[in-house]
Design a protein around this ligand. Sequence first.
Ligand code: C2E
Ligand code: MG
Ligand code: MG
Ligand code: MG
Length: 290
Amino acid sequence: YLAKRTHADYLVYDPGQEANRKSQLSLLGELKTAVESNQLSTYLQPKINLADGRICGVEALVRWDHPERGWIPPGQFIPFAEQTGKIRALTLWILRECMLTSCHWAALGRNVRISVNVSVNDTEDPAFAGMVQSLLEETGADAHNLCLEITESATMEAPDKVLDALRHLRSLGFKLSIDDFGTGYSSLAYLSRLPVQELKIDRSFVLRLDEADGLQIARAIVELGHVLKLDVVAEGVETQAAWDTLVELGCDQVQGFLVAKPMPIVAFDEWYKHHKGYWRDAMEKDESGQ
Ligand code: C2E
Ligand code: MG
Ligand code: MG
Ligand code: MG
């Protein structure tokens, strides 16, 4: 009786949810304008190589400065834009920004790879990889200095198309990464067929490294990643204790608020120069056993 009742309650019309949907819909309509009128900006969050403390990469994260609503976090419009296939313009916009930044860094001799989030929805379109190839030609960027992160998704409708797109992108030289690993539904068989080189442990597990199940899951993901010969990255590293545990687990790279929050490109430039290419703070603490 209780289960039935809960189910019925769930189906009841919820005006709050309806209002939320309407607001999301109107936001989506404005996304195209946002891309065209400079309301989006690219923030970068450092990735650190655990073996030597080198700042080996950054992840690009979009920020939307809406003229009336102020800053809108990506979590409030990206998932919805993905579901409705409206993500394309944003993906190409941020890719282009990152390619230009990467060219600049290559000219400085700075060996830092830029990771860009690409939606599964993008890769389901057979024309997508070709568009990315054109962007490379236009900007002159070297794909080897870029990584594309694809979230393991519950809504993957055309796995074969995705596989074709990933193979094409890989052949262009991009490093490929599976984001938020452990939260999706891909089978191990599918995973082993993907032409990827990196796996990112979802933040929800990293935040629970001090609990038995979080720790076991993280350990299993590191081991699985290494069996498949992939670099394993932990995202959402907020504490020194999490860092130390990840060193023990043999994780390859970390990213998180312990190191730095995402910051505008110019701020990252300053941050990188200030640290002379290495983030040693946590390693020194680690060595002195504090
Ligand atoms: P993601 O790709 O898994 O990115 C990591 C998210 O974790 C970012 O949130 C980042 O700010 C946050 N984060 C990093 N370190 C920490 C930490 O130590 N603690 C906590 N609590 N959070 C941390 P953000 O920037 O809000 O982005 C959310 C999601 O939106 C991203 O998750 C990604 O799926 C999506 N997204 C962001 N930018 C883009 C984009 O340009 N294109 C696409 N397709 N998706 C994007
Ligand atoms: Mg990501
Ligand atoms: Mg992630
Ligand atoms: Mg995500």
